[in-house]
Design a protein around this ligand. Sequence first.
Ligand code: SF4
Length: 198
Amino acid sequence: MTDKNLRIGVFVCDCGSNIAGTVDTEAVREYAAGLPGVVAAVRNKYTCADPGQVQIQLSIREHNLNRIVVASCSPATYEVIFRNCIAGAGLNPYLLEMANIREHCSWVTPGNGQAATEKAKRIVKVAVARAQWLIPQEEEQISVTDAALVVGGGVAGIQSALDLADSGHQVYLVEKEPSIGGIMAQLDKVYPDIECSI
Ligand code: SF4
């Protein structure tokens, strides 16, 4: 997609005082509104809550948005929710980019609102730049063999094989040497109990 077709919406979250207590979220919203390709920039108190999600969906329809940037928390927290949210408004769920201005910004820059705000702007700027390269993705289900191959019978390989087996998967452990144990097996004593390594 070329730049002239981009219609990016940026949604800046206060997270109550979690973000807005440190970051000047209104300044971040204003900054985002001026970034290339951005046609809508909105600030919400709690973007993941129902009113925040409804606002995203309304904005998608009102501004014909084709890329969404949510500036809020870690994607590990609510990325799936926001993917479902934009899908509900007819957008491919993978046309979403998240800018983490909470864990990566407000939470680690306490007591310095100016620095946090400037950092949040840069995080959002990068997310908006990344968003222009997003392309629609289609999910596909394929059958797989429920088995795992672990290469290397050292301590890490053995533990991985045991963990996989405990999870109910068939495991093949491959070791090039005649015995397993790796370097660990060559030690006669190990810390902290000074016991035999084998
Ligand atoms: S989207 Fe994340 S940062 Fe925003 S209110 Fe929800 S938990 Fe807080």
